[in-house]
Design a protein. Structure first.
Length: 267
């Protein structure tokens, strides 16, 4: 299939919440996990979030490590990833860090009335800023349309980082190849707290479960990695390039303890 190898990465509480209802971002992981996610980003070509994540977190979505950025440059790549935003309304802050940082540009996927709204939002940006364009991906946007456009741009590995509506859109589409979950050792316990996924019809049901290929402890955080279909990363040009911890395959579940850590944050 001519689409990027798609990895969905998320940190959540034991009760499946990806934040609480407080004004500050809830820390759901630790420095060792942040470092691994940074490595995973560095091995991908594009990173995708939804407009809700943009509004809540104002993320930069950059590769944090100078060593990893240098490795990308040595391979003839941009230091950072192409950024992708999915929004139905087309409403977002064009001055957010998503648009003003990085060196690979950004693509906004929307549709219907959202297309004109998104183009108006980007119209006043300076030509000196990283490039950004709007693509009609349907009304509402679909994972199929987004992945098809990214493939045309040469994206071979895509990292999806939230939030709950985006997780649901991609997981219910059956177009996610790998799921990486970091599970924090606590409960949020708030009914209105954002969830990992929303209700939906998921192809991976009790009758067709995902395949657990890795289970590890990073301090008190549990990292679980699932394969959602039989594709092997790096098998063809359309499934992505191999290399890096996030791309490696582990035959069967393993458990170890990693002590490595670095400065950084998931955003």
């Amino acid at each position: 299939m001519d689409r990027p190898y798609t990895i969905l990465s998320c940190a959540m509480s034991v009760d499946g919440r990806i934040d609480d209802t407080g004004p500050d971002r809830l820390r759901l992981s630790n420095e060792a996990d942040f470092a691994e996610v940074d490595e995973l980003r560095a091995e991908c070509d594009a990173i995708l979030v939804g407009a809700g994540t943009l509004r809540a977190d104002d993320p930069r979505l950059l590769v944090r490590s100078a060593e990893l950025r240098a490795r990308r440059r040595a391979r003839g790549r941009t230091e950072n990833l192409l950024k992708a935003l999915v929004t139905r309304s087309g409403e977002f802050d064009p001055e957010s860090r998503f648009f003003t940082t990085g060196d690979a540009g950004a693509v906004v996927y929307t549709g219907g009335p959202g297309t004109d709204a998104a183009r108006r939002g980007l119209s006043g940006r300076s030509s000196a800023e990283p490039s950004a364009e709007v693509v009609d991906a349907g009304d509402p946007p679909t994972a199929e349309a987004v992945l098809a456009d990214l493939a045309r741009r040469g994206v071979r590995r895509l990292l999806v980082e939230g939030g709950g509506h985006i997780h649901t859109m991609f997981l219910t589409s059956g177009l996610v190849d790998e799921l990486r979950l970091a599970v924090a050792p606590f409960f949020v316990g708030e009914e209105d707290a954002p969830r990992f996924v929303m209700p939906g019809t998921f192809p991976h049901s009790p009758a067709a479960p995902m395949r657990l290929v890795e289970a590890r402890a990073l301090g008190e955080v549990a990292v679980l990695r699932y394969r959602l279909d039989g594709r092997c990363p790096g098998a063809t040009a359309s499934t992505g390039e191999s290399g890096g911890r996030g791309a490696s395959a582990t035959e069967g579940p393993v458990l170890d303890t990693a002590t490595r850590g670095t400065e950084g944050e998931r955003r």
